[in-house]
Design a protein around this ligand. Structure first.
Ligand code: HEC
Length: 140
């Protein structure tokens, strides 16, 4: 159990570092496009600040269920994420990634390609406009 916790902490740290670098990159991009007005800066999610609501939910619920191989729980989280889409009419692939991921998890497969696809297409856009949005409710 202790080993599992340690391994999970390592996983989160590693993921956090990778995404944090990507975050710096998107900060640079946001700076470049600031001609049209500075983007609002979230107070969470940077080094020394608490994680942002979705970021934390992803780590503590989604990544944890994936790591623990609790695929039914992972499927529920991903269904919630599909319903929680901040721009359901515009971000149609968000809903599809989340639903496809949930279907894969229900079929007993890790939905890693859905995780990757959504992060690639939406993480930066999400961080620009919705970083302070309250995370989805916890699955029962
Ligand atoms: C439908 C879109 C979507 C899907 C599917 C998705 N994510 Fe995410 N995830 C996001 C967004 C958006 C963020 C950025 C949140 C932020 O930085 O505030 C994120 C952030 C994360 C983070 C936090 C990284 C950090 O900054 O520390 C982890 C961990 C994560 N996701 C894991 C997963 C895993 C594992 C899966 C698949 C089982 C998954 N996600 C599926 C949208 C998604």
């Amino acid at each position: 159990m202790e080993a599992l916790r340690l391994e999970y902490a390592r996983l989160v740290t590693r993921a956090g570092k990778k995404w944090w670098c990507a975050g710096l990159f998107s900060c640079a991009l946001a700076g470049l496009s600031a001609a049209g007005g500075a983007a609002p800066q979230a107070t969470c999610g940077r080094p020394g600040a608490p994680p942002c609501p979705l970021q934390r939910w992803m780590r503590e619920q989604v990544a944890a269920a994936r790591y623990e191989k609790d695929l039914p729980k992972l499927a529920e989280h991903l269904e919630q994420l599909a319903r929680w889409n901040p721009e359901p009419d515009e971000w149609t692939k968000w809903t599809r990634y989340a639903r496809d991921g949930a279907a894969a998890a229900r079929a007993g497969r890790r939905p890693d390609s859905s995780c990757r696809g959504c992060h690639r297409d939406y993480r930066t856009r999400f961080q620009r406009s919705y970083r302070d949005k309250q995370a989805p409710p916890r699955a029962p």
